[in-house]
Design a protein around this ligand. Sequence first.
Ligand SMILES: [Zn+2]
Length: 174
Amino acid sequence: MIYKNAQQKPTVHHPNIKIDPKVVVLHYTETVSVFETLRALDTRKLSAHFVLNHSGSIIQLVDTEKKAWHAGPSCFRNRKNVNDFSIGIELVNPGFYKKKSFWRYGWSVRAGREWANWPSQQIKSLNELLSWIRSQHPNCKSIVGHDMIAPARKVDPGPLFPWSKLNDIRFSNY
Ligand SMILES: [Zn+2]
């Protein structure tokens, strides 16, 4: 399905395989801009269904009924290869502070590191996207962080991500 509020920028970096998504996977990009994000995905031959900028604007790269390459080796409720049954959303956010990172929304300390703050317009836009996903894919009932389905490899969307501000789609808490 195509989200009308997103700019369409189809990518070649996904297989032409139909999926019935059961779960939404949230990522952060470790970048500060959409430009940098698209370039990184291209270089690594990866994809996500959506890239959601810090401004709230959205780019759609893959139809939500098609498989994208965002989760890597992963497991959700004993089912492996989460790309086979998920929608991936890349949220533009640099993650934890690295040398020379600039982030206009500032940083907050958690667990001994500085993490990039999440601007409210980005979360508002995410909530709108999530309710659209729920309307189009009634079987898609869970929302997880990448860290929950690949805990040995991933920490995104990180400890500052405002789970409590998400509405509509229930998220699994394991
Ligand atoms: Zn991720």
